[in-house]
Unconditional design. Structure first.
Length: 366
């Protein structure tokens, strides 16, 4: 009997030890699986940065990835743009957005923001409502709030919600913290692009977008195609015209040149005043060989346009016989490949034009 008890004890101890080993292996497997999922999500984030052109599209896609990979019911990313809180991405119905973009005013989340720590809220039964909800009972029963910081500067928050009470009781917050840091990393990466998109302006004389337009809204059009031709040209005699005739005459040259080119190219092509006497045209989805003849005709036609000198003549002074002047252009072209740095391409063209002979008036392919 004693031997039987000893055997049973040994078996029980062995089973306990086996269960502990199995549990540890399961935990290790889960940890590895979570790490793999985290790496896959991070890779998806990085792919999103390259594949989607506008900042808003990138943030929306990142939110979709979070919802899919972590089986989150609702996910909302809210950023402070310097003036107000803006919902950058959410799969919640718009009727609830006003409440979601004002969570920073809720007492329950103020401490979370000030201490940069996540906040978990939930209800215990269906008759209760989450503290920040003003008009809804059925949508969310639990939520986790994550304040977002870049270099110790508060920039907004990320909130995930579930329709079930206590849905995040056993959620591994370590994984969610990693996800939060990935959101911040991506937003930090695209913040420069966001700045560029917001500073694009219309040039007064040419009525063209400034160079910044190329790297924001313009790039969305350009990146619909695998390759495009980038053309930059310089009015090489603009400075001379300004000095020998007048700045007003130089401005008239710019206005007429811009008008002629705008009316000569497709809306799919991007035409901007790059800087000073330099302009850029991106022929979206077109190979260099296909635009060479067009550029030759364009150059010839523009250089044959004569602009009357603008003369400011006092009322009592005898009128002077007007003079006429034409622009002289120097062109350079290259190929842009989707996914590469467009600003590096335009910088290369700009450097070529700036370093070319002052009298060079040609069409070059680099």
């Amino acid at each position: 009997m004693i031997y039987l008890l000893i055997v049973l004890v040994v078996i029980i101890v062995a089973l306990m030890f086996y269960n502990i080993v199995i549990y540890q292996r399961i935990q290790n497997y889960n940890n590895i699986n979570q790490k793999i999922t985290g790496l896959n999500v991070l890779q998806n984030f990085m792919d999103t940065i390259g594949e989607y052109t506008s900042v808003d599209e990138k943030i929306e896609k990142i939110n979709e990835i979070l919802i899919e990979k972590y089986s989150i019911k609702y996910s909302t990313i809210v950023m402070f743009d310097g003036a107000e809180y803006v919902i950058k991405a959410s799969n919640v119905k718009e009727e609830h957005w006003e409440a979601l973009r004002n969570l920073h005013n809720q007492e329950i989340f103020k401490d979370s923001i000030s201490t940069a720590t996540p906040k978990y809220v939930t209800v215990d039964n269906d008759t209760e409502r989450l503290p920040y909800q003003t008009m809804e009972f059925g949508r969310a029963k639990s939520a986790m709030f994550f304040p977002l910081y870049i270099d110790n500067v508060y920039i907004g928050y990320w909130i995930i919600e579930s329709g079930e009470a206590h849905a995040f009781d056993n959620m591994d917050t370590t994984i969610l913290e990693v996800v939060k840091e990935n959101i911040i990393a991506v937003y930090k990466t695209v913040s420069y692009q966001n700045t560029v998109e917001n500073i694009a302006r219309k040039d007064l004389f040419s009525e063209l977008n400034s160079a910044e337009y190329l790297y924001g809204e313009g790039k969305q059009i350009i990146d619909k195609y695998t390759t495009s031709t980038v053309c930059m040209f310089k009015i090489i005699n603009l400075e001379q015209i300004n000095k020998e005739y007048s700045r007003e005459t130089g401005n008239d040259i710019i206005k007429e040149l811009s008008r002629y080119i705008r009316e000569s190219i497709s809306e799919e092509y991007i035409f901007v005043r790059y800087m000073g006497p330099k302009f850029a045209i991106v022929f979206s989805g077109i190979e260099i060989e296909a635009v060479i003849e067009f550029i030759k005709d364009l150059k010839n036609n523009i250089e044959n346009i004569e602009i009357e000198e603008t003369i400011q003549t006092p009322v009592k002074q005898k009128k002077v016989e007007p003079r006429y002047v034409s622009a002289k252009l120097n062109f350079v072209l290259t190929t842009y490949y989707k996914g590469t740095a467009l600003e590096s391409v335009t910088k290369k063209l700009e450097e070529y034009l700036d370093n070319a002979d002052a009298n060079e008036s040609d069409i070059n392919n680099i």
